[in-house]
Design a protein. Structure first.
Length: 321
């Protein structure tokens, strides 16, 4: 199976992973501790394989098309937070649920965004060049966004273990990011090594399937208990996908983007970096498990939404002249 075919069918693999995890986890509670231990290295490997596809060494290329870059940054880090702020008004007063929504919607995707841009007839070169910028800016701004959007009472009561959070960020995000950058530099030194980057590109889909299986198996009771909450939050994610696509249409007009650039912008605003914020959610203290489940829920809603996007964006919202 080609990588493109694998990514086109990824949603069914993820659904299978979650269902298998729920079925396996219910009777296998005795080994849930071992499964949870497997989750962390699998997640680290997932992030490493994802970061190697971000083209971190091509960061200077992002500044060649300043108009597109300005549109992407404005959309992801000004317009999207405003939309998220409005969507919070539709959510129940559940701090764990609201935190999950904030974590997952405030960070633009750095992986399958490029795949869906290609499938949706966007500009893949623009997508690749903007991705490292999106990654770095989201790391810089996410703490400020969370501080701004979360109630002071929640911030006070959310007793996060600083050591646990530091370990999650450094071990599962920063270290894979650094190793991915070194891997890319190593591959660029010899054209024959580039095939290794391409081989690594096959890993994110099966690894995310395993991660979802492990989360479902270790959190099966929490997932089942959270189903009424997920029914309430899923429509919010659908509304988000509709609003950001319309925002991309407006931004495309304001920044005078070509049709392919507008499509790329729409996929950038629509796709979110769910598995990059997963380590942060998993590092939260007991009682905040719903945050993880909300992030998984958003991933599935988004992937079904991308099936709709692949028709709506190129055929209706950004039609070729």
């Amino acid at each position: 199976m080609s990588r493109l075919a694998l990514e086109k069918n990824q949603i069914w693999l993820y659904l299978a992973g979650i269902i298998a995890g729920l079925l396996f986890g219910k009777p296998a509670t005795a080994i849930s501790g071992y499964l949870e231990l497997m989750l962390w290295p699998t997640l680290a490997l997932l992030l490493y394989s994802t970061f190697t596809q971000v083209s971190l060494t091509r960061l200077p290329e992002a500044f060649r098309d300043l108009r597109f870059l300005a549109a992407v940054l404005t959309g992801n880090f000004v317009v999207v937070p405003l939309i998220v702020w409005l969507l919070l008004l539709l959510l129940p007063d559940d701090p764990a649920l609201r935190l999950g929504v904030l974590l997952v919607l405030l960070v633009p995707c750095t992986d399958w965004f490029i795949t869906f841009t290609q499938l949706g007839r966007g500009d893949v070169k623009r997508a690749i060049s903007a991705t490292p910028i999106n990654l770095l800016v989201q790391f810089a701004l996410l703490p400020a966004y969370l501080w701004f959007f979360m109630d002071m009472d929640v911030q006070t009561n959310l007793q996060i273990d600083p050591w646990m959070l530091a370990m999650a960020f450094s071990g599962l995000i920063l270290l894979p990011l650094i190793i991915a950058y070194v891997t890319e530099r190593w591959a660029e030194a010899d054209a024959n090594r580039q095939i290794n980057i391409e081989k690594i590109g096959f890993l994110p889909v099966p690894l995310l399937t395993i991660v979802l299986f492990l989360i479902a198996a270790t959190q099966v009771n929490i997932i089942l208990d959270a189903l009424p909450v997920l029914i309430k939050v899923a429509p919010v994610f659908v509304i988000y996908l509709l609003l950001v696509a319309l925002a991309a249409r407006l931004l495309g007009y304001l920044f005078a983007l070509p049709t392919s650039g507008g499509r790329t912008l729409a996929f950038s605003l629509g796709t979110r970096n769910s598995f990059v914020v997963l380590p942060l959610a998993l590092a939260l203290p007991s009682g905040w498990e719903t945050t993880v489940i909300v992030i998984v829920c958003q991933t599935l809603v988004e992937l079904f939404g991308m099936i709709f996007y692949l028709w709506w964006i190129p055929e209706k919202l950004f039609r070729s002249a």
